[in-house]
Design a protein around this ligand. Structure first.
Ligand SMILES: [Zn+2]
Length: 356
């Protein structure tokens, strides 16, 4: 491989995305104003995911994938939920990512929070939806797809489901991708997962995590601020830390700048090197991104102290697996205007469904 120039990097990795959130922008206001993490989930995200069908899943993912490559992100580690369209959902996301040309590691996030269409607190039994979600993952991996076993979070799952997910992951030799202690509602996550987790797990958020769990911690600073769940203080554990966006685009340098500002607010002696190491750490999860080459509009791409204070750095060329997905600023794989128009059409349809 030719060495990278000062305006080039390897492909960036978004270690926790929700491609299905791309069409959330412009959605109708929730029926009542969410006042905490739990009601944000109930009034916004759990309404949106229940309204998704295979068409809106595809266009959400296509728009999100397009935005990712235009931000120099060449691998998306996605976490998906669509309780009314489980079967085939991972194929729809994979197809959208393949059409755009971005690498992907998918997961279907299982949950027991729905019992015959009614929200249940502290579920005690495995639901039909969770069973079908695990089957979707198994089917997708058996068909050659790259995935992890997804779990929404321990507080919306019974022990039976958590054990079945961990068991499936071991059997398929993949990790589990799970939200952990994002808000105070999930503060028992450490106790409930301690006998199940291993180093292959992706532990997303960990804001309210009381004890160390094995696995990689995915830090999502902007999402955590947006949900007012607090600062995760990811440096307090010895785990490997990586960065995700939690569905707010896939601009990893922007996320890194926010992560740095948040870290610095907590510790004024911290340097951007800590955060740039988190970006680097994600190559352990998606080593093939190192084969991708991104050329940027800025000539100091290997200097975190400059990048931490330089907004608006964008790619001019993105080569993924030897293929020029962006060439001289133009996307070569899909018609950008068509993707935007189709995604907008799909969003209008989805938002109408939410209103009814
Ligand atoms: Zn998330």
């Amino acid at each position: 491989m030719t060495p990278l120039e000062s305006n080039q990097t390897e492909g960036l990795v978004c270690s926790h995305h929700h491609l299905y959130s791309s069409l959330a922008r412009g959605m109708p206001a929730p029926p009542s104003l969410p006042t905490n993490f739990r009601t944000i989930l109930e009034n916004i995200w759990w309404r949106l995911d229940a309204a998704l069908d295979l068409d809106s899943i595809y266009w959400s993912a296509a728009l999100g994938a397009l935005e990712a490559v235009r931000s120099g992100c060449t691998t998306i580690i996605d976490h998906h939920e669509s309780p009314m369209a489980i079967e085939g959902s991972l194929d729809a996301i994979a197809r959208a990512c393949d059409d755009v040309g971005v690498r992907h590691v998918l997961s279907y996030g299982v949950t027991d929070r729905w019992n015959n269409g009614v929200l249940t607190n502290s579920p005690t039994r495995m639901s039909d939806g969770a069973r079908r979600g695990l089957a979707e993952t198994e089917r997708y991996i058996a068909s050659g797809g790259r995935a992890m076993v997804g779990v929404h979070a321990s507080f919306t799952c019974s022990d039976e489901t958590l054990e079945a997910a961990a068991d499936l992951a071991r059997r398929l030799a993949v990790g589990v991708h799970i939200h952990v202690a994002e808000g105070p509602d999930d503060d028992r996550a450490a106790q409930r997962l301690t006998h199940l987790a291993d180093d292959s797990w992706l532990l997303v958020h960990c804001v309210h995590l009381s004890d160390e769990l094995p696995g990689t911690i995915v830090h999502n600073p902007r999402s955590n601020m947006n949900n007012a769940v607090g600062y995760a203080r990811p440096t307090r554990f010895s785990n490997r830390v990586v960065l995700g966006t939690d569905g707010i685009g896939a601009d990893m340098f922007e996320e890194a700048r926010i992560a740095y500002a948040r870290l610095r607010e907590h510790d004024v002696t911290a340097t951007p090197d800590t955060v740039w190491k988190w970006l680097e750490n994600s190559y352990a999860l998606a080593p093939e991104s190192r084969d991708d080459v991104v050329s940027w509009t800025y000539d100091h791409m290997h200097e975190p102290w400059r990048l931490a204070f330089t907004p608006g750095v964008t790619p001019t060329d993105v080569v993924i697996d030897g293929r020029a997905v962006i060439k001289e600023g133009r996307v070569t794989t899909v018609d950008v205007d068509e993707v935007r128009a189709k995604a907008f059409e799909s969003a209008v349809h989805l938002h109408k469904k939410l209103e009814s």
